[in-house]
Design a binder for this molecule. Structure first.
Ligand SMILES: Cc1ncc(COP(=O)(O)O)c(C=O)c1O
Length: 408
């Protein structure tokens, strides 16, 4: 039920004005929707790691050995000291090295986004988002009263070249620019080096914070890395980086981190204290021990191979079953690709297709759920990461059947 419906059904409830801006997430709601289905469904909807990509045996073993009485009390708001220390060591070998004074452990990437908006977004502030975007992120900005401005995305990521003109219509600079620069959710595309530099330049001119949300950057399976914002502009106070273990280890842990200017750390701690005191302590201990055992790099190498194979399988199935009736992106990493219906399928509304496809046993996220303004009626997001190549073939076959029914 939306806040507006709730207000109508219970007119006496003294809802806050902001409640009407709590728009919810079709992405998250698909978890319970799919769990309620009794028939077999190929799941291309959620952005979850494959079951085979989660080191569950090792997690079980670690949980049995590492949890002691210190795991069951309140923890430090900024994060468990051992996890922070190990995270700094781990990050030293990645493109975004960091230090403890920049890091706060969060309850998943979502809490990092919430903290970013809590610190930087006032009601009525302009916030730039990609179009399409991860609408949980844009919903977070909306919940703080942001006015959103969607900037189109092409194969090189956000059209930074269009940003100045589009912003000019709003007669004020954006307070924040929300970007998922690498293997973007939902399109899978990566922001080019030239556009990264141009975005930094604009952010500095406007004094806008860049919310650099990058859960997938360590999951490159083709091509070479593009320098991160942090590499291009080290120690830049306008860069607010949101990271998570959800895609590289497991989303159920709800453990992530933000990496931000040290001057923000106390405010981040204060903000988090007004939310959840500290991130789940046993989970932090398990993640810390997993990193301490030194298996994370090998694990990443293994799952990159798995995801490369799955993306290739999905593009191959799409080419055989759907041919030139669709176009797709071709990501070099991450979890998702973006499919646009063309030709005889071009008039299909993917929200209507969703119902038919669900009955036919395949689930995806319709394009309009990935744009705050409900754009992309004829597009959809497919997660290739969670299903085996055989299941991917079956799912694309089912999707083709549903599409053909829609035009019959
Ligand atoms: C771009 C992006 N940001 C943030 C998140 C949220 O991450 P978490 O599950 O760790 O809260 C996701 C998860 O799908 C994502 O794709």
């Amino acid at each position: 039920m939306t806040a507006t419906e709730l207000a109508h059904s219970s007119p006496t409830l003294p809802l806050a004005g902001r409640a009407k801006d709590l728009v919810g997430s079709m992405i998250d709601s698909s978890t319970s929707l799919l769990a309620a289905q009794k028939h077999d469904i190929v799941r291309f909807a959620m952005g979850s790691p494959a079951d085979e990509a989660v080191p569950s045996e090792e997690f079980r073993e670690i949980a049995g050995s590492v949890l002691d009485s210190s795991s069951f009390t309140y923890g430090a708001t900024e994060g468990e000291p051992r996890l922070l220390e190990l995270l700094v060591k781990y990050l030293a070998g990645t493109p975004d090295p960091s230090s403890e004074d920049r890091l706060v452990i969060t309850t998943g990437g979502m809490q990092g986004l919430d903290l970013a908006c809590k610190l930087f977004v006032d009601p009525g502030d302009l916030v730039v988002v990609e179009s399409p975007t991860y609408t949980n992120g844009s919903a977070t900005a909306l919940s703080y009263g942001a006015q959103l401005l969607e900037i189109p995305v092409d194969d090189d990521g956000m059209r930074v070249d269009m940003m100045e003109d589009l912003v000019a219509h709003h007669h004020r600079p954006p307070k924040a620019i929300y970007t998922i620069p690498t293997f973007q959710n939902p399109s899978g595309v990566t922001l080019s080096l030239e556009r990264r530099k141009a975005l930094l330049e604009l952010a500095h001119r406007w004094g806008s914070v860049i919310i650099d949300d990058d859960p997938y950057g360590l999951l490159r399976f083709n091509g070479t890395d593009i320098p991160t914002f942090r590499t291009l502009s080290p120690d830049d106070p306008l860069l607010f980086s949101v990271r998570t273990f959800s895609k590289i280890l497991a989303p159920g842990w709800r453990v992530g981190w933000v990496d931000a200017d040290p001057s923000l750390r106390q405010l981040l701690i204060n903000g988090k204290q007004a939310m959840d005191t500290c991130t789940n302590v046993p989970n932090q201990h398990i993640v810390a021990e997993y990193i301490a055992r030194g298996g994370l790099e090998d694990h990443l190498e293994r799952i990159r191979g798995l995801y490369r194979e799955r993306k290739d399988a999905m593009l191959d199935s799409i080419a055989r079953h759907l041919g030139d009736r669709v176009t797709t992106t071709n990501p070099d990493g991450g979890f998702f690709l973006w499919l646009t219906l063309t030709g005889e399928f071009g008039e299909i509304d993917t929200r209507e297709l969703f119902e038919v496809a669900l009955a036919d046993g395949v689930a995806f996220i319709p394009g309009p759920a990935l744009s705050p303004g409900g754009r992309f009626r004829n597009a959809l997001r497919l997660c290739f990461a969670s299903s085996t190549p055989d299941r991917i073939e079956e799912g694309i076959k089912r999707l083709t059947t549903s599409l053909e029914k829609m035009i019959a």
